[in-house]
Design a protein around this ligand. Structure first.
Ligand code: BG6
Length: 522
C-alpha cells in the first residue's frame, strides 16, 4: 500500500511537483523578549530564531533584545544562550559560523518590569541601533506572567515604543496560559488592547505552529475525495487524542492552578477540533480562517452541569509505571497538595450543532502519565450495510477510518477492508500509510520557528483571536461549573501508565464506541 501511495506521489511530482507560497521580504525589526532569563527563551525562542537565521528566513537586518532582571552583559547572555543551544537545538552540532553571525544581533537589557528607568534604557538601546526600522518595527514577546502584561504594555507605550497609530509596526506576542477563565481572559484582553489594537496582539498556541496541524486545512480543502465525506452523512464519530507519557514533573505548582482542562483542552484540543470541523474559509486571510474557527467553537452544544456529568470525565493518576519505570501519584508530586482534586486527565463528548455535524459525537481525551505520547485525530466513518459478506465473513465489518497523526510519526493513514488472499472469503482491515518523513525527509521546523516568522511577517492566521480565546473559555468554564468543587470519586483515578479512568471508556460505550489506541508506525 505504501508503495502505491509513493507511486502516485512521484507521478504527481513529474506533473509539476509542489506549489510553494512566496513570502514578501520581511521588514527590518527588533524582537524584544521580556522574561529573557526564563526557560522558554533558552529552550524555544533562541533555538527557533537561530534556525530561522540559519535558513535565511530572518529579515535582512534585525536585533534581538533580552529584557530581564538578572545582571548580565551582552557577552554573558550570549554565552548562556550558546550553552543552551547545544542542548536544545534541533540540528546538531550548532554551526559555529552561523552562531557567531547570529549572536552579533543579540543584546541584553537589564531591568525590573516595574521600573520606569529600565524602559527608558530599553528605548535608548533601540535608538542606539541607528536605524529607524530597527527602532520602530518591534515585536514584543511577553514570556512573562500574565499578571505583568498590563504593566509592560503601559510602560512600552509610555516610552514611545508601542503605539496604536504608528506608521511602522509594533506587535505583542503573548504566551499561554491566557487567563484562567472567561473573566480573567477578558480582563487580559482589555489590558493588552488599551495601548494596542487587536490586530497587533498575537496570542500563541504552539499547536498551531505544528506542521501537521497546519496540514489539516491543506488536507481537507485541497483534496476532493475526503471533503465530500467530511460530514454527518459519512462520519460516525471523531476521536481526538493528545496523550502524554510524562507526568507533571517539576510543574506541580503551575499544574495545581491549571489541570488538564485549562492546560490542554481549552487551547490545543479545541484548536485542533476547530480546524478539523470548521467550514471552508472564504480565503486564507487570517480573519477569514479565524472567523470560521470561532463559528465552529460557537456551534459546540453548550454543556449544562447535568450534561457535564454525562459527557465529561476527569481523572487523576495514582502511582504506577510507564515503560516499566515507577511513577509517583499526582498527589505525591512536588508542589502538589496531597489531597488535590486537580484533573490530570480529561475526556469529553461534544456535539457540534450545525448542518454538517449535527449529532456526530466528537470525543476528545488528553492526559499525563498515559502509556503513549501521541496526538492524533481519527475520523471514524459509518459502516456499510453488511448484506453481502455477513454470511461468510461475520456480522460486523470493520468501518473505514482515517487517522491524522499529528505527532510522532507525523502522517495520515486510511484503514479499509481487504480480502485475505486465498480460496476462502476472508476479510481483514488493512492500512494505507502516508508518512511525512519518508515523503519529504526529516525536515520538520519547530512550532516556534513558524510562529515567530509569522508574527514578524504580521500574519495572524496561526494566532488566536480575542473572540476565539473567549469562546474557548466559555466552554471550559461550563465544564468547571459542572465539576463545581466536588472531590474526585474512586472511579476517577487511574494508575500511571494506563489509558485513564474506566469512566472514560464508559463515556464512549454509551453509543457503542471504543477508544482507539494511537497508531504506532514503525
Ligand atoms: C503545553 C502544556 O502547552 O503543551 C504541557 O502546558 C504539555 O503540559 C505541552 O506537555 C504538550 O505540547 P507538545 O508539543 O509536547 O505536544
Amino acid at each position: 500500500m505504501v508503495s502505491a501511495v509513493k507511486h502516485l506521489i512521484s507521478l504527481d511530482e513529474q506533473c509539476g511537483g509542489s506549489i510553494a507560497g512566496e513570502r514578501k521580504q520581511l521588514d527590518p525589526c527588533t524582537i524584544v523578549i521580556f522574561g529573557a532569563s526564563g526557560d522558554l527563551t533558552a529552550r524555544k525562542l533562541i533555538p527557533a530564531l537561530y534556525h530561522l537565521f540559519k535558513e535565511e528566513q530572518m529579515p535582512p537586518s534585525f536585533r534581538v533584545v533580552g529584557f530581564a532582571r538578572r545582571e548580565k552583559t551582552d557577552a554573558s547572555w550570549r554565552q548562556e544562550l550558546r550553552t543552551a543551544l547545544d542542548q536544545f537545538s534541533r540540528t546538531k552540532p550548532v554551526d559555529e559560523k552561523v552562531w557567531h553571525a547570529f549572536a552579533d544581533n543579540l543584546s541584553y537589557c537589564q531591568g525590573d518590569l516595574t521600573d520606569d528607568a529600565a524602559y527608558k534604557k530599553l528605548e535608548e538601546l533601540l535608538t542606539s541601533f541607528g536605524s529607524a526600522p530597527l527602532r520602530e518595527n518591534i515585536l514584543f514577546y511577553l514570556a512573562i506572567s500574565p499578571s505583568q502584561f498590563g504593566e509592560v504594555v503601559e510602560q512600552v507605550h509610555r516610552c514611545g515604543l508601542l503605539n496604536k497609530e504608528a506608521s511602522a509596526w509594533q506587535r505583542l506576542v503573548v504566551e499561554k496560559p491566557f487567563g484562567h477563565d472567561l473573566a480573567s481572559a477578558r480582563a487580559l484582553n482589555q489590558e493588552l488592547t488599551r495601548y494596542a489594537h487587536e490586530s497587533q496582539v498575537f496570542r500563541i498556541d504552539h499547536y498551531l505552529g505544528k506542521e501537521t496541524v497546519q496540514n489539516i486545512l491543506m488536507f481537507r480543502f485541497s483534496n476532493s475525495i475526503f471533503e465530500r465525506l467530511w460530514n454527518r452523512e459519512s462520519v460516525d464519530h471523531v476521536q481526538i487524542t493528545v496523550s502524554e507519557k510524562i507526568g507533571v514533573g517539576e510543574r506541580g505548582g503551575y499544574y495545581e492552578e491549571a489541570g488538564a482542562l485549562r492546560d490542554m483542552v481549552q487551547n490545543h484540543m479545541l484548536q485542533v477540533l476547530s480546524l478539523i470541523a470548521m467550514e471552508p474559509p472564504v480565503s486564507l486571510a487570517a480573519e477569514a480562517v479565524r472567523d470560521e474557527k470561532v463559528k465552529l467553537l460557537k456551534s459546540i452544544r453548550a454543556l449544562s452541569p447535568a450534561d457535564v456529568a454525562k459527557q465529561v470525565v476527569r481523572g487523576q493518576y495514582f502511582a504506577g509505571s510507564v515503560d516499566g519505570q515507577p511513577r509517583p501519584g499526582y498527589r505525591q508530586e512536588t508542589k502538589v497538595n496531597p489531597s488535590s482534586n486537580v484533573e490530570t486527565f480529561a475526556a469529553l463528548k461534544l456535539f457540534i450543532d450545525n448542518w454538517r455535524w449535527s449529532d456526530v459525537p466528537f470525543y476528545l481525551r488528553t492526559g499525563k502519565n498515559l502509556p503513549q505520547s501521541a496526538s492524533e485525530v481519527r475520523i471514524q466513518f459509518r459502516p456499510t450495510p453488511n448484506v453481502l459478506f455477513a454470511a461468510k465473513c461475520g456480522e460486523k465489518l470493520d468501518a473505514n477510518a482515517l487517522t491524522l497523526r499529528l505527532q510522532p510519526n507525523e502522517g495520515i493513514s486510511l484503514r479499509f477492508n481487504g480480502k485475505v488472499p486465498g480460496m476462502s472469503l476472508g476479510v481483514r482491515p488493512v492500512r494505507m500509510h502516508f508518512s511525512y518523513d519518508s515523503e519529504f525527509g526529516a525536515y520538520t521546523p519547530e512550532a516556534y520557528e513558524r510562529l515567530l516568522l509569522e508574527a514578524i511577517a504580521g500574519d495572524a492566521t496561526l494566532f488566536i483571536r480575542r473572540d476565539e480565546v473567549e469562546t474557548a473559555w466559555k466552554i471550559a468554564d461550563s465544564i468547571r461549573a459542572g465539576w463545581a468543587d466536588k472531590p474526585l470519586t474512586n472511579r476517577e483515578f487511574y494508575a500511571a501508565g494506563t489509558w485513564g479512568p474506566v469512566a472514560a471508556d464508559d463515556l464512549l460505550a454509551q453509543l457503542g464506541h471504543t477508544w482507539h489506541e494511537p497508531q504506532v508506525i514503525k
